[in-house]
Design a protein around this ligand. Structure first.
Ligand SMILES: Nc1ncnc2c1ncn2[C@@H]1O[C@H](COP(=O)(O)OP(=O)(O)O)[C@@H](O)[C@H]1O
Ligand SMILES: [Mg+2]
Length: 271
């Protein structure tokens, strides 16, 4: 038996502007099962964030629908309340409140629920322990590293046991080591707690942690792959296209590639 669908989009479109309309999404049909880690990749401007914002009810579609945990968002009366209970967000910048401690930041979404202060605090500490920060509960964001702050943001995203966690470039501001740690944490939460995660990234190492990779181009799903071999091929394709563009634009390349760039450029210009 496959897991139930927790997220579905039907013919989802989003157009920005009226005089010069930008068709950011052009009819996206997507189904995500509970317990899935789905990575969304694609060129800059292809509509990834637009899609995530619509799924997270931070934006409203031009047409089509989003259904979360069986509920069409268009039918939800109090969307802020629904979002707070059902969806956890992790952004590129952690967005922690600087004057609150780690535990207090994790408690913020819990105010949506009838919960006593002591229970809130206990749950915050439990979640911080889960992300490896049990001993940092009373520290301020300014007293923590970038990777630690992002782990606090993940604990906060889990505060109300959401059906789904959405992350837009969650490792975008982190170095390689912290990126790997955050992805290891997401994988562990997925295995131990059945976390459902939809993640936008341009980092192929990050996408490699997913069980499914969707490539978006020009506001449409171009490919949707789930087999390990297909995922590896998809990520290689994406890397080569990013690399090819960098060479053609004359951007700086990692030293190990710089020597090969002229030969690659000559080849690319023949294609
Ligand atoms: N609020 C907005 N107003 C106008 N255009 C927007 C807005 N948000 C996104 N766009 C446009 O929609 C397209 C998709 O953007 P986005 O979803 O942010 O892409 P990605 O996250 O893949 O880089 C881009 O052409 C972008 O300029
Ligand atoms: Mg984006």
């Amino acid at each position: 038996m496959s897991n139930p669908i927790v997220l579905e989009t039907r013919k989802l479109t989003r157009t920005f502007g009226e005089r010069v309309p930008v068709h950011a999404l052009k009819g996206v049909d997507l189904q995500v099962a509970a317990g899935e880690i789905l990575a969304i990749i694609g060129p800059s401007g292809s509509g990834k964030s637009t899609l995530l914002n619509l799924i997270g009810a931070l934006d409203t579609p031009t047409s089509g629908e989003v259904i979360i945990d069986g509920t069409p968002l268009a039918q939800v009366r109090n969307i802020d309340r629904f979002r707070g209970k059902t969806i956890g967000f992790v952004f590129q910048s952690h967005n922690l409140l600087p004057t609150l401690t780690a535990a207090e930041n994790v408690e913020v979404p819990m105010y949506e629920q009838p919960m006593r202060g002591r229970a809130r605090r206990a749950r915050a500490v439990e979640l911080l322990t889960l992300v490896g920060l049990g001993n940092r509960a009373d520290h301020l964001p300014s007293q923590m590293s970038g990777g630690e702050r992002q782990r606090v943001a993940i604990a906060r995203a889990l505060a109300n046991e959401p059906a789904i966690v959405l992350a837009d470039e969650p490792t975008g501001n982190l170095d390689t080591v912290n990126t790997a740690e955050i992805m290891a944490l997401f994988s562990r939460l997925n295995q131990e707690r059945g976390l459902t995660l939809v993640l936008v990234t341009h980092n192929t190492e990050v996408a490699a942690a997913a069980q499914r990779v969707i490539t978006i181009r020009d506001g449409m799903i171009e490919r949707d792959v789930t087999m390990q071999s297909e995922i590896e091929r998809e990520l290689l394709l994406f890397k080569s296209s990013v690399l090819g563009q960098a060479i053609l634009r004359g951007e700086s390349l990692p030293t190990e590639l710089a020597a090969a760039a002229p030969a690659l450029q000559a080849l690319l210009e023949q294609v």
